[in-house]
Ligand binder design. Sequence first.
Ligand SMILES: [Mg+2]
Length: 221
Amino acid sequence: MSNMPNLKLVIFDWDGTIMDSVSKIVLSMQRAAKRESLSVPSDQAVKDIIGLSLAPAIEQLFSNISHEKVASLVLAYKAEYEILDTTPSVLFEGIIDVFELLTERKIKIAIATGKSRPGLARLIAQANVGHYFCDSMTADEAHSKPHPQMIEDIITRQGVLKDEVIMIGDSALDLTMANNAGVKSIGVSYGAHDAVKLQTCNPLGVVDNAKELLDRLHSRN
Ligand SMILES: [Mg+2]
């Protein structure tokens, strides 16, 4: 990975990058489909739409369904997710060490997620990690990934330059968003997409766990 001696801001995706929530999302979507009498999508089909905002995600997953059906699936998904979420999702092992290293180096940390604002706020509070983040963008405040708006708005608010920023995510959507915004990216292979798929987006690199991510960020000097 090329050095980034001028790194000032790291933008993280949430689901599948910070929080180990992918299996919960997959199961919630499959149960919502069943509840709405639609054919149940495969695990990988659901993983491929994680990161999109919920309505466009559902439109992509279930082709040719009415707006009314999309709306009822959104409600069904949220209901199923809340049922499963009574057991809190955990953060990926070692991700706090990454936040600690960046904080120690005075490198800012932000979030760009396809979750809603209330959903993200609830999980940040649950995981008690709010103090690490200087900024965040959610699905209800911007165009869905891979549109670059989330990254662009954060960069503008934080007053940094594009080459001082890196995006970290588990989906091709995250890395494509970074490409669209003109910022560098690192893929993590432990979430929605494997390393082969992530490499097609030309990230600086792909890491297999948070420890490797820590090493990559450490070795930049
Ligand atoms: Mg993700």
